[in-house]
Design a protein around this ligand. Structure first.
Ligand SMILES: Cc1cc2nc3c(=O)[nH]c(=O)nc-3n(C[C@H](O)[C@H](O)[C@H](O)COP(=O)(O)OP(=O)(O)OC[C@H]3O[C@@H](n4cnc5c(N)ncnc54)[C@H](O)[C@@H]3O)c2cc1C
Length: 532
């Protein structure tokens, strides 16, 4: 079988590996000159910056891909050279509050207990309770919500998922993350800390369902990890694995159309792709009949790249689904969910300053949060006014703390990020200038320094550049937001009933954004392609 994958984001790379490891022929088309999509890097004057993700969870999903081998005995010259190592961080994040409170969220329970008891008014048992609840929800729902298509009824009927309805009241669909956190924790600082997990998929804790509190399980119970060579090495290692397995990478290749044709034929075996003859009359009804019976419908048969039509048996889109629906189904047949997608609220985006800093700051760790004094107001600005709040929560990520080569001696590579609204044509130059001022003010006040004097190198990413570089609609980081109890159901499915031989992967489709969920979408794509 010949499979086309569009996009070399982490999910596209993972899908290509999975298909190639089965011995099928894969061509991956990427509009950029390098692989990775949102996982990218900048090198300048001895500094290296990971430009997108910084937190790495569920590393076993990457291990699994890197351990895959061809069904056949073929080995290539790259075999064995693809070393990818990572380690568990001792401290998942250092938190700084406007009232001067500072503490580390250690992964070791005893050390975490000391931090919480010495620095906050929270009862540590409540934190353990939340982490246990998160684990319970994750274990109960991950098979259905994360590792399988949410839009196949048969998955709801699986043995392991039958008990979910019995526990519906514990899943938290009926209330927001904030209301669940507020009712469990008495210290506002801890409420704010757990509310922050909503931003891991670009949502507001005041709107997202409490089910998403399970994110804390990934970071604290399973662990926050970091690759020895930085985040970009995840994409680089997956790319090398793809090359080793024979994936044909075509860079600088923008796919302008997924070619869809009508056909009639039969779907004979469970694992057979939809085969038959193309036909162009418009008379037949489309139906998904049982195996062996006649089937009429539409299917993806190829892609149009650089003005040339290329034909495949199966197409996988690792592109933002809104972008795809708007721009890549403009041939004879439209994307059937185009209208619905245009109504979904995009997730938040980000403004990021990559600063090469001439100096070393021991008060900062690898991941640091400088909280705003009014979280509710900050999210209202992001999701109601679509503006940046004047006192934003600032995230500072410094990989040099654990990867010595990421900045020159005596220097640090600061990734300084604030959440930003999605791009709806704001005056970004003005927004960036104001944000830069507000961030500098906050850093100066927190650490009693003049950070501007230390900035040696500066690069900036905004919703506009994120949109341009990765074709993410409106620069949203995670596709649509999860700002309602129905979001999981409204998120774009992994396949379409109306167009066969086509799957969707990546952060804008089910199960959602973030490296682990994108890798899960590739697992789902494999199940869909091979009808597993
Ligand atoms: C600033 C930032 C911070 C983040 N922080 C974290 C974090 O800490 N932890 C975490 O787990 N996740 C984080 N994420 C989210 C994570 O990076 C993404 O969810 C994930 O990398 C998306 O992967 P993807 O497979 O959806 O593809 P993307 O990375 O979106 O890549 C899609 C690729 O497809 C290509 N493409 C699109 N359309 C076409 C076309 N028509 N033809 C050819 N090529 C095309 C694009 O050029 C791009 O390379 C962050 C993201 C950003 C931007």
């Amino acid at each position: 079988m010949k499979v086309a994958v569009i996009g070399s984001g982490v999910a596209g790379l993972a899908t290509a590996i999975r298909v190639a490891a089965r011995g099928d022929i894969v061509t991956l088309f990427e509009k950029n000159g390098t692989p990775g999509g949102k996982i990218s890097q900048i090198r300048d004057k001895g500094y290296r910056f990971d430009t997108g993700p910084s937190l790495f969870t569920l590393p076993n999903l990457v291990d699994e891909l890197l351990s895959m081998n061809l069904n056949s005995d073929i080995q290539t010259s790259l075999s064995g050279k693809n070393s990818f190592n990572y380690f568990r961080l001792e401290n998942s994040c250092r938190y700084f509050y406007p009232d001067g409170t500072v503490f580390d969220f250690f992964q070791n329970t005893q050390k975490l207990r000391e931090q919480i008891e010495n620095n906050t008014d929270e009862n540590f048992e409540n934190i353990l309770k939340r982490l246990n609840q998160s684990e319970f929800i994750y274990n109960l729902t991950s098979d259905l919500f994360i590792f399988n298509s949410f839009h196949r009824f048969s998955n709801f009927l699986k043995e392991e998922n039958r008990s979910i309805p019995l526990h519906l009241h514990k899943l938290g669909f009926h209330r927001t993350m904030h209301s669940a956190n507020k009712s469990l924790f008495k210290d506002k600082r801890i409420v704010q800390l757990f509310d922050r997990y909503a931003t891991y998929n670009g949502s507001s804790p005041y709107k997202a369902p409490a089910t998403l509190n399970m994110i804390s399980h990934l970071e604290h119970n399973i662990g926050a990890f970091f690759p020895e060579k930085g985040i970009y090495s995840i994409a680089d290692s997956l790319y090398k694995k793809g090359v080793e397995l024979g994936v044909n990478f075509e860079f600088n290749s923008l796919v302008t159309e997924v070619i869809v044709e009508k056909f009639k034929g039969t779907r004979e075996k469970k694992n057979e792709i939809y085969s038959g003859e193309n036909y162009n009359d418009n008379s037949g009804d489309e139906n998904t009949s049982n195996f062996g019976k006649p089937w009429r419908g539409k299917r993806a048969v190829g892609v149009r790249v650089n003005g040339v039509s290329k034909y495949f048996d199966y197409v996988v889109c690792d592109t933002d689904v809104s972008y795809a629906a708007e721009n890549m189904f403009n041939g004879r047949y439209r994307h059937p969910l185009k209208k619905r997608l245009s109504k979904l609220e995009p997730s938040s985006s980000a403004l990021i300053f990559y600063w090469g800093i001439k100096g070393e700051f021991n008060r900062l760790d690898i991941h640091n949060i400088l909280f705003t004094s009014n979280y509710k107001e900050e999210f209202d600005y992001l999701f109601k006014k679509r503006e940046l709040y004047s006192d934003p929560t600032v995230y500072i990520f410094i990989s040099k703390k654990v990867v010595a080569g990421d900045a020159p001696d005596g220097c640090e590579n600061w990734f300084v990020m604030v959440n930003a609204p999605y791009n709806k044509g704001q005056d970004w130059q003005a927004v960036i200038a104001n944000a830069r001022k507000a961030i500098i003010q906050k850093i100066d006040k927190t650490f009693n320094i003049k950070i501007e004097d230390y900035i040696d190198v500066e690069h900036i990413a905004s919703p506009v550049t994120i949109e341009r570089n990765t074709l993410s609609s409106k620069g949203a980081l995670y596709g649509s937001s999860s700002n309602s109890m129905f979001s999981a159901f409204l998120r774009h499915p992994n396949t379409l009933n109306k167009i066969k031989n086509l799957s969707f992967t990546g952060g804008s489709t089910h199960p959602g954004g973030g490296i682990p969920l994108c890798l899960a979408s590739a697992i789902i794509a494999e199940k869909e392609i091979y009808k597993l």
